[in-house]
Design a protein around this ligand. Sequence first.
Ligand code: HEC
Length: 473
Amino acid sequence: MMRFVLAGLTVVAVAAGATGQSSPPTFSKDVLPILQKNCQTCHRPGQVAPMSLVTYKDARPWAKAIKAAVTVRKMPPWFADPQYGHFTNDRSLKQSEIDTLVQWADSGAAEGDPQDAPPPVQWSTGGWGIQPEVVLDMPPHEVPAKGVLEWELIALPAPFKTDTWVTSMEILPGEPSVVHHICFSFEKHKPTTVYNRYEWVQVPRDETGNPTPGNSGFGELPGMIIATRDVGSTEVKLTHGHPTLRQGLDFCYVPGGGYDDYRVWNSGKLVPAGSDIVVSIHYTTNGKEVVDRTKIGFTVAKTPPAKQFIVQGAGEDTPVIAPTSASTRAVFASAYDPKFAIPPNEANYLAPPMDITFLKNVEIVRLRPHAHVRGKSAQYKLTYPDEREEVVLNVPHYDFNWQLAYGTSLKVPKGTRMRFEFRYDNSVNNKYNPDPNRWVYQGFQSWEEMMAPNLGFLVDRDADVGGLMSVSN
Ligand code: HEC
């Protein structure tokens, strides 16, 4: 206790000395700039956080809670170990900022002179983070009060008439409480593609909703049952065979996710005229029947940007993955790995590590580790051609509720390898664990597990993106 108080006092003294302030910080002058920069993306009306921190009146009742949340670095949510890597979107607070917020709370949380306040941030309207120029309305989707919904895929014509460079994307869920995630990618139109029809893999499940091990809808397994349902109809048709739709991960909405803005890298994504947009939707029921009306928004370039942004392919047949890859385990997301099996009550399971080799020079600009409720930690390590090793991201305490993307600027020469190590906690000490006594295999549902390192790259606008990397494991 004594040590804690002393440490606190020292910090306060240093902060006051450093800024040359003698009077305690005020909301208008000292606190609001921090809230605008680090908190208001979520803490404003209509966003994910439960309360607004926009005005003094909004924030004043939360002074003590703010102090508590920033002192333990619970807020803002940021999970990268500061020892490793450098992140362009690092929103964690500097120690001096934490000190200011703590001092403000401890000294009576004064407003100060409103004249000192910076102008309010001009947020986009309608709940968007970007100000979309093109908006696609998804068909309304009924979500029942209970039960398990598989990941459903649906194809729609992309909302662009000509070849278009998309420069930002955002998904605005209609009913955020039931939207577990929505991902989409632009795909070339195939003759077999039917618009406005949901398609999913019917996974055999027991009465608790758990799938038969080894048959969780992951990858293309023999004997799969494919279900389809037309928009607006309740009739489900079942057939044996393969899905007609395939979807990559050009963009995903996940809780805490936000939007993608490629303009910061003077880049974009080229969507050829006539492309389809294939959307994968995963709803989780929450006890109330609702109708979700999700929108997808885009901004588009007037002139082609300098770079093109690409995400790693989610499947074997994407051109980003070298066709020579002998791996039967799909890159990151789409195949079932029988070696991936978390024993009951195992607190620190290391998944079979995954490696990729870059076959061309690339710039990595985004790392987004994705696991489910048993996810514990994630580490990304580069080994350069000269065998020098560098940990570029270490997330020691992965939190399923925050699917954060870490922005980087890693220029990676051809021949560099990247290794991903994910750990899982299937013990009773993991408060999100629905059942520590089960074996856990790979699958799409949140009680199954995933190991998806999700990378984003930049290459020159006209570069050939074929065979960017190979995979081994
Ligand atoms: C990425 C979105 C996001 C950002 C950025 C963010 N918050 Fe939060 N905050 C949330 C959400 C969501 C909750 C409620 C759920 C929770 O507590 O995890 C929350 C809860 C809180 C709480 C409630 C107390 C608690 O511990 O549960 C406080 C206080 C808080 N935030 C302060 C801040 C401050 C101060 C900042 C900036 C320095 C900030 N937050 C940045 C999303 C965010």
